[in-house]
Design a protein around this ligand. Structure first.
Ligand SMILES: [Zn+2]
Length: 66
């Protein structure tokens, strides 16, 4: 069985409040943190990925990276 290598998570930008779908590359594991700019306001958010409730799912949180 082929494993999904990308997961989508609904997030809200901590700067502009815009809701968006963020795609997480699961090839990097279920624990990740990286900085990604908002596609709307272009400010950097610290993305923290942790394992979700079921396999292949992740939970994602965004913080301001200032
Ligand atoms: Zn934004």
């Amino acid at each position: 069985m082929r494993k999904r290598n990308r997961a989508a998570a609904g997030v809200i930008c901590p700067f502009c409040g815009e809701a968006e779908e963020l795609y997480v590359d699961l090839g990097g594991g279920e624990h990740q943190s990286y900085v990604e700019d908002c596609s709307v306001c272009c400010r950097p958010r610290l993305v923290t990925v942790s394992p979700g409730d079921s396999e292949g799912e992740v939970s994602v949180s965004l913080e301001r990276d200032e």
